[in-house]
Structures are given as structure tokens and as C-alpha cells.
Design a protein around this ligand. Structure first.
Ligand code: SF4
Ligand code: SF4
Length: 420
């Protein structure tokens, strides 16, 4: 095969003529992210995560076959942002609750989320109602997480070459279907292979676990960032004035506050340079002074959360959403996929803990009204910073807060940056 020269971001590269761009770029030490591209399959071009520019035109990189003199842009600021936006759209389009997902830690989409540095999505989550098909003998398909990459469709076949997965409907309504008869013919290892090649947690095998402990996860071995030891607070930057901090927990589990407290003795250093105003840590209920920074845990689920968040925006110079619930609703937002009336009926009338024959859904003027869905904080007020994690670890939170307050240098260590 003839070798040809081409350019990527102004660098001369060479590869076999006709070779797929993603493979050719890799061969030249350039990584182009992709989710649907898989082995020697025909270019699928369905996820668009590999969007690059060929001779100035945006196109899916996996559909390009290398030819002499091609001029390809891959890592320009515009393309990096385009690919990030495409991924963000995938996250909001499905119901991706990473902290409770079986594939968390072993998921290619999640890994790309980390690699592209997604901390929050600029688009609102759709919280669509999707079907989970568990009728097949071993395989479960969770439509909530499917990105329609077609890998399962193209790759998984029975020994007599029948397809197991197929697509039904078109556009937004497309779903992956399972041919139960063919699925029953798959061996145990073939079923597990289907789970493995799915780039998300959409295909699972009953009774098989895919999650991995921290330290052994796909993205735990990444670029090491520099972290600042906690005891190096630059007190000079504060001009002798203590900075004022407020915190609150809206619709969250209080886990982010527990993480805040996890710095243990570091708190003693901290209170030399900051003072806490309104926060459950001091039990100060109302703002008595304007604060430099407000740390918000949890999203907005009821009218009280809404009022508290507005008060934080009014009384704090900088607001930081901490943790998944604050950033996009997190686990409380699981209810967003279910009509509110059904949620209330289940919680107050039909659940095991309801009083027998009790038929009252609490409703009193003193009780905050529950909202139609759980909102992320930046849907309600302007949020200046987002710290992902469920919960983020304590050093991570305080390093970011110190960085904001005292303008210290900070690079977050890659393994610390987690949202699952
Ligand atoms: S781990 Fe992957 S599939 Fe599961 S919710 Fe997160 S992104 Fe979606
Ligand atoms: S089920 Fe998984 S492999 Fe199949 S199309 Fe959806 S995301 Fe891709």
C-alpha cells in the first residue's frame, strides 16, 4: 500500500492511503476521541464525537479515508469546544445518573466526559422517559443510556450470523431492540462481549457487575495534575481580612458538607483566614454580613430551596455549585423522569411506610411546595463555578475555594476530578 503525507493541525503526518483518519492520527501520536468508531467496522459516523475539519469543513473524522495532501484540523479551540458540546448533548439527551450506574468507572462515554473536562452541561437535561428492556434471557437494554452508536447492531451476531440487536423507529424516537430468540442463542461470553463493547451502560448482563473500585478505573490513570498542599494558605493575599464563606444544602444528601468537613484538622488552619456566616456548620440561619463566597450543595426541588438559592445569589459575591445534585439535579433528579403525581402517590399513599388507609399528601402553607422537577442551580441563578463529584473530595473543594478567594495557583489532579 502506498504511504501518503497529510497535515494535522499544521504538522506533517504520514499513513497508508485510504486508512481511516482516527487510526492514521493515532499512528502519528494524535488522539481523536470517538464513541461509535470500533475496530474494522465500516465508519459509522453516528456519534460525531470525532468531529474534525477537512479542508475547512466540519465532518466526522471516522468517515475520512486518508489521501495525499489532506489538510485536517483536530485540536483547534473551536473543535475542542464543538466535541465537548456534542458530548454534553449526549449527557443531557439521555438519563445518565453516573453515581448510580452499573457501568460507572468502566464507561467510555464517562471517560470522554473526564477527558474533555466537562464539569457541567450548558444545555438543560431533558429527563426523557425511556424503557428498560429486561425480557431477554440474559441481556438488559437500558434505553436511557443508549447513544445509538450501532456497535451492538453491527458487531453482535449469533454463531449462525443472525443479528441480535436492531434499531426501531427514527430520529429521536430510535430505540435498540433485542431479538429474544437470537439472544437466547448467545453464549455467556458472547453476551458479556456485548456488554463490553457498548460504550455506555446501555447493555448489561444480568448478574454481572461492571463497576470498578476507585484506583482501578478507566480514567484513574490519567494526566497527573499539580495539587497545592492544604497548609500553604497565602495569608498575605487576604490583606489581613478574613474572607466570609456561606454554605447551604438544598436537595442533596448532605454528603458534600460531610466532605467539606473531611479536611479534619485543616479546618483549624482554615478558620485563621476565613469566617463562616450563614451555614449549617455554624447553625447561623440568616445572612448577617455580605459573603465573599457561597458554597451550594444540592439542586432545587421545592420553593424553600428556590428562596434560599436566591438569597445566596443576593448575599454572596461568588457562588459555587458543589457536587452532582447542585450541578444537574443528581440522584434527587431521578424523579424528573416520573410524573410528580406518581412520585407523591408512591411516597405518601402506596409505599410500605405509609400509614394503612392513609390518603393524605401533606399540604400546608408552612410546608414548602414541591416543584414540578428538580432544577440544577444554574437554571435558577447565575453560578460562577462548578465542582463536580458525588461528593467531590474535601481537598479538592477547599483547594478550589482557596484558589478563588486567594488567587492561588491551582491545577486539579486528574484522578481527583470525578463526577461519579
Ligand atoms: S457511567 Fe456511562 S452509561 Fe452510566 S450514567 Fe455515566 S455516562 Fe451514562
Ligand atoms: S446499546 Fe450500546 S452499543 Fe448499542 S447502540 Fe446503544 S450505546 Fe451503542
Amino acid at each position: 500500500m502506498e504511504n501518503v503525507s497529510f497535515n494535522i493541525d499544521g504538522r506533517t503526518c504520514s499513513a497508508e492511503k485510504g486508512k481511516n483518519l482516527i487510526e492514521a492520527a493515532k499512528q502519528n501520536g494524535i488522539f481523536i476521541p470517538s464513541l461509535c468508531h470500533f475496530k474494522q467496522q465500516n465508519p459509522l459516523g453516528s456519534c460525531r464525537v470525532c468531529t474534525v475539519k477537512l479542508n475547512g469543513r466540519a465532518t466526522a473524522g471516522c468517515t475520512i479515508n486518508i489521501d495525499k495532501g489532506m489538510d485536517i484540523e483536530v485540536n483547534t479551540p473551536e473543535l475542542l469546544d464543538t466535541r465537548k458540546a456534542i458530548l454534553e448533548m449526549m449527557f443531557v439527551e439521555g438519563n445518565h445518573f453516573c453515581p448510580s450506574c452499573e457501568k460507572s468507572g468502566d464507561c467510555q462515554m464517562q471517560k470522554l466526559g473526564y477527558e474533555t473536562g466537562i464539569r457541567y452541561t450548558r444545555f438543560p437535561h431533558l429527563f426523557v422517559e425511556r424503557f428498560i428492556d429486561a425480557k431477554a434471557e440474559r441481556i438488559v437494554v437500558n434505553q436511557n443510556r443508549c447513544i445509538k452508536c450501532k456497535r451492538c447492531f453491527e458487531e453482535i451476531k449469533t454463531n449462525d450470523r443472525y443479528q441480535v440487536f436492531n434499531f426501531l423507529n427514527k430520529g429521536n424516537k430510535t430505540v435498540v431492540t433485542v431479538d429474544y430468540e437470537q439472544e437466547a442463542k448467545l453464549s455467556e461470553s458472547q453476551a458479556e462481549y456485548a456488554m463490553q463493547i457498548c460504550p455506555t451502560g446501555s447493555i448489561l448482563v444480568k448478574g454481572k457487575s461492571v463497576s470498578k473500585p476507585f484506583g482501578n478505573r478507566m480514567f484513574d490513570q490519567g494526566i497527573e495534575g499539580k495539587t497545592i498542599p492544604f497548609n500553604k494558605i497565602n495569608k498575605n493575599n487576604s490583606n489581613g481580612q478574613k474572607k466570609r464563606v456561606a454554605t447551604t444544602s438544598l436537595a442533596g444528601c448532605f454528603g458534600c458538607h460531610m466532605s467539606l468537613l473531611d479536611i479534619d484538622l485543616g479546618l483549624v488552619d482554615l478558620i485563621e483566614v476565613v469566617e463562616f456566616n450563614k451555614t449549617p456548620l455554624t447553625d447561623i440561619k440568616k445572612f448577617s454580613k455580605r459573603c465573599n463566597i457561597g458554597i451550594i450543595e444540592g439542586g432545587v426541588s421545592n420553593t424553600h430551596n428556590f428562596e434560599v438559592l436566591r438569597a445566596f445569589r443576593e448575599n454572596c459575591d461568588i457562588l459555587v455549585s458543589v457536587g452532582e445534585c447542585a450541578i444537574w439535579g443528581g440522584l434527587p433528579a431521578l424523579r424528573n423522569t416520573i410524573p410528580l403525581e406518581d412520585c407523591l402517590n408512591e411516597a405518601y399513599l402506596n409505599s410500605l411506610t405509609s400509614e394503612e388507609n392513609e390518603s393524605v399528601i401533606p399540604n400546608h402553607e408552612d410546608i414548602p411546595k414541591i416543584l414540578d422537577k428538580v432544577y440544577s442551580n444554574h437554571e435558577i441563578v447565575k453560578i460562577d463555578y462548578h465542582i463536580p463529584g458525588c461528593p467531590p473530595n474535601s481537598n479538592h473543594i477547599w483547594n478550589v475555594v482557596k484558589n478563588i478567594l486567594f488567587e492561588e495557583e491551582l491545577t486539579i489532579a486528574y484522578p481527583e476530578f470525578k463526577y461519579d
